[in-house]
Ligand binder design. Structure first.
Ligand code: XIL
Length: 382
C-alpha cells in the first residue's frame, strides 16, 4: 500500500517535472508568486537548508525556486563531520566547495553547519577512547575547515546542541573527554582560523527557560573569556499546534541583551503526532511506526492547514516586531517531501512542515507569512 502511494507520488513528481520542462510558464508560476527574500529584504535574511541534490542544482524545480525565494543557505548534512571528515587524515570538501560556489553565484549568505556536534560523527571519532585523540581531532577539524572557508562563507554554527533540557551540558564525547571548557576552546580555535566569519552557538528548545539559561551561561562564559561569539541560533523545530510564542519572545529579548544576533536557524512546524508529546528535537530519539502515528498520508486536512498557517503567521509577526534583533530565519528544507520530519522520530511518515508542498507550490502558510509584511506595510502607509 505504502509502496503504491510512494510510486504514485514519484510518478506525479516526474510528470510534474516533465510538465515543467515542456512549459516553462508552469515552473515560473513562480513569477507571479511573491518572494520571501524580497518581501523581508529590509527585515532579515530568509534561508533554507539544502540537500546534496539541491546544492548540485540537480533538482530543476529547486534550482528555480531557491534563488527566487531565499538569500541564505545552510547545508543540511554535507558539512557535518561524518561527510566532510570521514577519516583521520581525509577531508572530503567536494560538496562543501559546491555549496560555497552556489551561494556565491547567487549572492547568498552561507551558514556553515556545523563544526562541533555529538551526532553524525565519523566512525573513527566514535571509536575514540583517549582524550588526546579527541583533542587532536577537535583541533584539526575546526582549524582545517573553518580556515578553508574563511572569507567565503558568512558564518559557522561552531557548536551545535551542547545542552540537555535542564540547561546542563550534554554528556557528549567532547564533554567527557575534553571537559566543560571545550565550548570556549572550540570558539577560540574557530576565531583564530576564521577571523572573518561570524561564530554562532546553535541549539533546539533554547527558547525554553531552563535550557535558555544554559545557553545564556555558555554565551556569558565565552564573553568573559574574551572569545568572540556573534550570535545564537534557536533551531525552531516546533509543532504547528503548539508554537511557544511567549518563550520565543522572551528569548529574543534575553539573548539580544547579551549584544549578539538572534536567529531562527532550522524552522519547521510539524503537523504529526509526537510519540512523547514533546518538542525536543534530539536526533537520537526514535519510535516505532504505526498507522495511527501517520494520519495524513492522503493529504493535510484543512483544519491542520489553518493551524499551521496561523502558527507561521504568529511567528513572523513576532520576528517582525523584533526585526532589529533577529537577523535570519532559515527553513529546514525546501519542500514538505524533503523534510527530515518525514523520517524522524518515526521513519516513513508523511509530514507537511514547510512553506512549499511536495510539488514546490506555495502553501496557505506561505501566503500568510507574506501577508504579515504586506498587511503591516499597508497599515503603516495609512
Ligand atoms: C538532520 C537532517 O535534516 C537529516 O537529514 C539528518 O539525517 C539528521 O540531521 N538539528 C540539527 C540538524 O542541528 O543538523 C538536524 O538535521 C536536525 C536537528
Amino acid at each position: 500500500m505504502l509502496h503504491k502511494v510512494t510510486f504514485a507520488i514519484a510518478v506525479s513528481a516526474i510528470s510534474l517535472l516533465v510538465a515543467d520542462c515542456s512549459n516553462s510558464k508552469k515552473t515560473t508560476s513562480s513569477s507571479e508568486m511573491p518572494s520571501l527574500k524580497e518581501t523581508f529584504q529590509k527585515d532579515f535574511a530568509i534561508g533554507a537548508a539544502l540537500n546534496g541534490q539541491q546544492i548540485q542544482e540537480k533538482e530543476p524545480n529547486a534550482a528555480v525556486l531557491v534563488p527566487q525565494q531565499f538569500n541564505a543557505i545552510t547545508p543540511e548534512n554535507i558539512m557535518k563531520a561524518e561527510i566532510i571528515h570521514p577519516e583521520w587524515d581525509k577531508y572530503n570538501f567536494d560538496l562543501a566547495d559546491k555549496i560555497v560556489a552556489y551561494g556565491q553565484k547567487h549572492k547568498m549568505e552561507i551558514n556553515g553547519h556545523t563544526l562541533i556536534w555529538h551526532s553524525q560523527l565519523p566512525a573513527f571519532v566514535r571509536r575514540m577512547k583517549d582524550a588526546d585523540s579527541v583533542r587532536h581531532f577537535f583541533t584539526d577539524h575546526i582549524t582545517t575547515i573553518a580556515g578553508r572557508y574563511d572569507g567565503k562563507i558568512t558564518s559557522w554554527d561552531v557548536v551545535n546542541e551542547a545542552l540537555e533540557e535542564d540547561g546542563s551540558l550534554r554528556k557528549s564525547i567532547f564533554l567527557e573527554k575534553l571537559g566543560e571548557d571545550y565550548i570556549v576552546e572550540a570558539f577560540r580555535l574557530a576565531q583564530k582560523a576564521a577571523p572573518n566569519t561570524k561564530l554562532y552557538y546553535n541549539d533546539y528548545n533554547i527558547e525554553q527557560p531552563k535550557k535558555r539559561a544554559g545557553a545564556i551561561a555558555i554565551i556569558k562564559k565565552l564573553q568573559a573569556a574574551g572569545v568572540r561569539i556573534d550570535g545564537v541560533g534557536i533551531q525552531g523545530h516546533w509543532r504547528a499546534s503548539n508554537v511557544p510564542l511567549k518563550d520565543i519572545e522572551e528569548s529574543i529579548v534575553e539573548f539580544s541583551k547579551l549584544g549578539i544576533e538572534v536567529m531562527f536557524t532550522e524552522l519547521d512546524l510539524g503537523v504529526l503526532p509526537n510519540p512523547w508529546d514533546s518538542d525536543a528535537a534530539d536526533v537520537n530519539m526514535k519510535a516505532e511506526y504505526s498507522a495511527k502515528m501517520n494520519p495524513y498520508i492522503n493529504g493535510l486536512p484543512d483544519s491542520m492547514q489553518v493551524k499551521q498557517s496561523k502558527g507561521y503567521e504568529d511567528l513572523f509577526n513576532l520576528f517582525l516586531k523584533y526585526k532589529g534583533q533577529v537577523s535570519r530565519i532559515t527553513l529546514w528544507g525546501v519542500n514538505d517531501g524533503q523534510s527530515w520530519l518525514n523520517g524522524w522520530p518515526i521513519r516513513g511518515r508523511t509530514n507537511y512542515p514547510l512553506l512549499f508542498d511536495r510539488e514546490f507550490k506555495p502553501k496557505p502558510a506561505f501566503y500568510r507569512v507574506i501577508e504579515t509584511k504586506t498587511k503591516s506595510a499597508g497599515k503603516k502607509a495609512f
